[in-house]
Design a protein. Structure first.
Length: 61
């Protein structure tokens, strides 16, 4: 993903936050620019979750 301000490739990352009902934590994934440190939060899965869902899909056939 490219930063719209700097046109630099953004790094991916995960931020763990406490839920509002205090029952646990939730993971928020984002892409962060190396130059201006702007974060863009996404709703996509990380690499491990993607691999797990792909193997589950083909294992159940």
């Amino acid at each position: 993903m490219l930063c719209k301000r700097c046109m630099v490739v953004m790094e991916s990352g995960t931020r763990y936050e406490r839920r509002k009902d205090q029952s646990g934590t939730t993971a928020r994934r984002f892409h962060e620019c190396k130059e201006c440190h702007k974060r863009v939060y996404t709703n996509e899965s990380n690499f491990q979750e993607y691999l797990k869902s792909a193997t589950e899909k083909y294992r159940n056939k």
